[in-house]
Design a protein around this ligand. Structure first.
Ligand SMILES: Cc1cc2nc3c(=O)[nH]c(=O)nc-3n(C[C@H](O)[C@H](O)[C@H](O)COP(=O)(O)O)c2cc1C
Length: 236
């Protein structure tokens, strides 16, 4: 096998990255082919993990009653969190569509189990959060693989983890990291929904890259390279 990526393969990768979207409102009721779902989950399972601990599990949820319970948790948390902000922001927040729990073909709860392979995991003793980071790597693999398979994914974090643990009978020591809605979609939006709704927009690359030290953004050479990259239409 040739280890290099051909230009077409590179384009394919960047297409997945740039056209991946968080999907809430464009799900169809068409079921996901089980082979496709297995490929997506296998991509997630090939993510990097601290000390190769593979601390993830994927709970696949199709049952409507279970999903209704999760949706009730969302409804409660949505109202609770809306009380943290004042109008007009509150009304705007409440007008946003932020989940596809019942409309999507399947829900997937991705969990973190710190007990896998015993208490000593290479690389996790100094920074315990690396366990959760590993699960997030798996979630991103899942998200990109799903996009490649034309399956939309929406991450729902407006939930009570305590309620989720009860509903899904997750053991005490296991942490739910993501609650995802997966399904076929009518479209992948060009821009993030929150950008289209005028909530926030993407920051410029030059404003998030520092040179050598925190907050040092003054390197003309790098700046030039970043500008070139941003305007390079091949991979955007
Ligand atoms: C950790 C995490 C939690 C999120 N929680 C929610 C959520 O509860 N509801 C929602 O609609 N989108 C949620 N999102 C999706 C983000 O809003 C979305 O990624 C962001 O607006 C950028 O849009 P894009 O993913 O389409 O590029 C979440 C994303 C992440 C990474």
């Amino acid at each position: 096998m040739n280890d290099d990526f051909s230009p077409e393969e590179k384009n394919g990768f960047y297409k997945a990255v740039f056209s991946r979207r968080d999907v809430r409102s464009h799900f169809t009721s068409e079921p996901i082919d089980e082979k496709v779902l297995s490929r997506i989950l296998n991509a997630a399972h090939h993510a990097p993990s601290v000390g190769f601990s593979q601390p993830w599990n994927f709970i696949l949820i199709k049952d409507k009653d279970t999903r209704k319970k999760v949706k009730e948790s969302f409804d409660k948390e949505r109202i609770r969190s809306s009380n943290l902000i004042d109008d007009p922001k509150r009304s705007k927040y409440l007008s946003l569509r932020l989940e596809g729990i019942l409309d999507s073909a399947v829900n997937v709860c991705v969990t973190y189990d710190p007990s896998k392979f015993g208490p000593f995991v290479i690389g996790r003793s100094s920074i315990p959060e690396t366990g959760i980071y590993s699960v997030c790597c798996a979630i991103q693999n899942l998200w990109l693989a799903a996009r490649t398979e034309e399956i939309g994914v929406g991450w729902v974090s407006i939930l009570s983890n305590d309620e989720l643990k009860k509903i899904l009978e997750i053991p005490e020591h296991v942490v739910p990291v993501a609650y995802l809605c997966l399904g076929h979609v009518t479209k992948f939006a060009e821009k993030p929904d929150l950008e289209t709704a005028g909530w926030l927009s993407r920051l410029d690359l030059k404003d998030v890259v520092y040179y050598e030290k925190w907050n040092s953004s003054d390197d003309p050479q790098w700046r030039q390279i970043h500008e070139m990259i941003v305007s390079n239409l091949d991979y955007a």
